[in-house]
Design a protein around this ligand. Sequence first.
Ligand code: DC
Length: 239
Amino acid sequence: MRGLSGRSARYWPGIRVSDMNNIITIDGPGGSGKSTISRMLARKINFLYLDTGAMYRAVALAANREDIDFRDGKRLGELCGLLDLHFDTDEEPPSLFLGNEDISMAIRGPEMDMLSSEVSAVKEVREAMVSIQRKMARETKVVAEGRDMGTVVFREAGHKFFLTASHAVRAERRYKERLERGEAVLRSVVEAELKRRDRQDETRSISPLRPAEDAIVIDSTGLDPEEVVEEILDHLAGS
Ligand code: DC
């Protein structure tokens, strides 16, 4: 099994990487297409895909199960210290495990969008996740996807991209995703939630969502994922 774990190198083939060119960061708001694109890109260039949003979702799921108050940074920090998170990247898309439990489906539940956004604003949670993410990327080549990959976690990365798209297109993508998962949801609710989450992610005091100064910004409105991946590959080839 190939995978990414913050705890040990037990799933790694043992490649040691010191070169920041081996880290590609892709940040952007919900619905910008960054998950699909990061996954496709990683597969094409044989890098591992690191989905950091899934990690914040895992914290939200675990904290919710433990009934922890999301304002209690200390307890959330302690919880993060105990979480045994790893990705099984043999799966497509990669599965996320909490201990032996595959939580890939549970973290996509309808309430997890807002809960993960809330928990991700907590300092203790971010500190713990950043440290795990850096460990995961230490010995392999990754396409790291999230909100603060280029600005905070892998500030020295050789290649940084920021994906965006119009609010209408992002809301439409999220709406379709949720319908495909079999959720009975209204388009207006998805739109309103996305707006609220954007505001929350962009205005929080720690690591707010914004493009790194040296990121290449790509607007995916009206583009297929394949076209965006091609654009990224062109940049990589030219740099
Ligand atoms: O990408 P996503 O929708 O799965 O992310 C869920 C939440 O996690 C998102 O609202 C903000 C947060 N997040 C973050 O703060 N930093 C990251 N690097 C990734 C996600």
